[in-house]
Design a protein around this ligand. Structure first.
Ligand code: ADP
Ligand code: MG
Length: 616
């Protein structure tokens, strides 16, 4: 082995560059951050060839004095920190003093700068880390830094560059993260000779968001805000009709810096639990502001990740702020007029499907609805009034709908099972059942189409969860316990989660080998064989055992039971059953989505109907 020796400054810079400058987008990020730190009110970014050929950032900020130019590109030279303690109260985006040194080491960098009080500017060129003479030049106050031929002297890195389009995609994302955080600064972005963004300064954050992601999305945003001691959370979250297949649209700004934080992302997922389908991610724009000493930003070379002094309370604050907001918001998805799809990547197939539903409904209505007297079409037909309403199957048990969780008579004194279903809090006009799966009702706003299974499932889920929390789940005891043969992992999971199962009303005993005795099971599932219920729950447990989160597991089991107990798509409902189901709609916290996150109802507004029928 060769002897140990000190590395040259140039090699040190190249190594640092490896961490800081991954691709052209990193240059854009560092230069833009410097401009923001310099107090600029306008920042113009222009790139050529995806940024690999050229990146130029021009600002009208504080500028750099001529004699300081060489220091700006020296490593570990910064104007933003002076003593060690400063490191723990960083209020600027930069502080490490190595970005310009790193960038200048692996490119041809030209800096032109002028401080507001000097007569003229000065220029410094650095080629592959070699400084040329500082020369006077004419330029407006502020700084312009041009970085050309990135990685020209590190060919291996150059090889890692992707297509111009991909690199520009990254540049654009870097630009977005900074421009989103600073709506008070005018930003522009050009690629080759194309103007990509021109974002004048604005007061309202929603306006900046809308410039990036379009007005329809911005209009679906719900404002959230909360304060916990010195920590302030504010911003917008999209209503659940808007979501993405990944978490890229979760913008979180910590003291003006875009960050990624797994724990806070998890809080977002939790907040939207039950509102979004699995595999979908919420869209959020949030700012978190706190005293700089409460967070360590010096844990990641590009400062994308930070370490909070106290992460627990932040998690809770985020989760509860969003949850509380959702509980008080009407989240029923609106069906938008054609061509006004709020999310660019929204599934067009779904829109077609929804339109088809409307058409099907209209057709079905004509075929099945026989007016009696002069009732308007918004009134539900009485039982047996129309040919299409004769029961084709076993009648449904009404009790499944109107008293899903009343304990058996006599157990609670205040309960009277003879009582008719509680009248709903809002007058239920009645509804038309179509295709044995949807309920169509007239509402204040227009027409609401409800998915009977999804709604019932949601109602049962919430009731069951409530019961589990207060330990009141009803168990149907079996006179003769039923033995169920299981696979070894299923039997093990059953015994391991015996208490959890008991909470859900599923009482089991070991019987020897891989056989389990079911002694009692959830009364809600009276129509289904105990063995089937147990197997279904165990399937969840065996799958879910891999994810350690207990709330996830419990929710999963609750979903399974609610789903099994709910009326199915295809079940013909009697008018009283429809009334009972709609009556309970208002009793649950979130009647807008089933526990799997599918919407339970769609609203076609009157406006939308008028528009489609060409009335407006
Ligand atoms: P850092 O931002 O971590 O301090 P940099 O290498 O990015 O390190 O920049 C070094 C120094 O150069 C900064 O501390 C700042 O004083 C100066 N500087 C860089 N860019 C600008 C700019 N656009 N306007 C004014 N000063 C700048
Ligand atoms: Mg910097």
């Amino acid at each position: 082995m060769s002897s140990i020796h000190q590395l040259s400054q140039s090699l040190i810079n190249k190594i640092a560059a490896g961490e800081v400058v991954e691709r052209p987008a990193s240059v854009v990020k560092e230069l833009m951050e410097n401009a923001v730190d310099a107090g600029a009110t306008r920042i113009d970014v222009s790139v050529g060839g995806g940024g690999a050929e050229m990146v130029r950032v021009v600002d009208d900020g504080a500028g750099i004095a001529a004699e300081q130019l060489p220091l700006a590109v020296a490593s570990h030279a910064t104007s933003k920190l002076s003593e060690a303690d400063d490191l723990f109260r960083v209020a600027t985006l930069g502080f490490r003093g190595e970005a310009l040194a790193s960038i200048a080491e692996i490119s041809r960098t030209t800096i032109r700068s002028r401080t507001p009080d000097s007569q003229g500017g000065a220029e410094l060129c650095v080629v592959g880390g070699k400084l040329e003479e500082v020369t006077p030049c004419g330029c407006p106050p502020g700084t312009s830094i041009e970085v050309a031929n990135l990685f020209f002297n590190t060919p291996v890195r150059r090889k890692f560059l992707r297509t111009t389009q991909t690199e520009f995609g990254h540049v654009s994302e870097a630009f977005t993260r900074i421009a989103l955080a600073e709506p008070g600064i005018h930003f522009t972005l050009r690629h080759n000779d194309r103007n990509v963004f021109d974002l004048p300064a604005c007061d309202a954050w929603r306006e900046r968001i809308s410039k990036f992601f379009g007005r329809p999305l911005a209009e679906c945003l719900i404002a959230v805000e909360s304060t916990d001691g010195p920590v302030r959370l504010a911003g917008y979250v999209a209503d659940p009709s808007q979501s993405r297949g990944n978490n890229k649209m979760q913008y979180l700004m910590l003291n003006g810096r875009f960050i990624r934080d797994r724990s806070l992302q998890h809080a977002l997922t939790e907040a939207y639990r039950g509102l979004l389908m699995t595999g979908r991610y919420p869209i959020t724009f949030l700012r978190l502001d706190m005293p700089p000493e409460m967070v360590d930003v010096n844990v990641h070379p590009t400062k994308l990740e930070v370490r909070f002094q106290n992460a627990g309370p932040l998690y809770s604050q985020l989760l509860s702020t969003l949850r509380n907001k959702f509980l008080t918001s009407d989240l029923t998805p609106r069906v938008r007029p054609e061509g006004e799809d709020p999310s660019g990547s929204h599934d067009p197939a779904r829109a077609v499907e929804m339109r088809q539903e409307l058409v099907d409904w209209a057709k079905g209505e004509v075929a099945a609805w026989k007016p009696s007297g002069d009732r308007g079409p918004s009134t539900a037909p009485a039982a047996g009034s129309g040919g299409g309403y004769s029961r084709s199957k076993e009648p449904l048990q009404l009790s499944r709908l109107d008293r899903p969780w009343t304990p058996p008579p006599g157990e609670t004194p205040e309960d009277n099972p003879q009582q008719p279903p509680q009248p709903p809090s809002e007058a239920v006009v009645g509804a038309l059942q179509i295709h044995n799966r949807y309920l169509v009702t007239e509402s204040e706003e227009g027409v609401t189409i409800i998915d009977q299974h999804a709604l019932h499932e949601r109602i049962l889920f919430e009731q069951l969860r409530e019961r589990v929390l207060t330990e009141e789940v009803e168990t149907q005891s079996l006179l003769v316990p039923e033995p169920v043969d299981l696979s070894a992992p299923e039997a093990a999971a059953a015994m391991e989660h015996r208490e959890l199962l008991a909470k859900l009303g599923m009482k089991i005993e070991p019987f020897g080998g891989d056989t389990i005795l079911v002694a009692g099971y959830p009364a809600m599932l009276a129509n289904i064989s105990p063995a089937e219920v147990l197997r279904e729950l165990l399937e969840r447990l065996v799958e879910g055992g891999k994810q350690p989160d207990r709330t996830d597991l419990l929710d999963d089991l609750l979903h399974t039971i609610a789903c099994k107990a709910a009326v199915k798509a295809g079940d013909r409902l009697a008018p009283e059953e429809i009334t009972a189901l709609l009556g309970q709609r208002h009793t649950v916290d979130d009647a807008h989505h089933c526990p799997h996150g599918r919407p339970t109802a769609l609203v076609f507004t009157r406006e939308e109907l008028d528009k489609r029928f060409g009335r407006v």
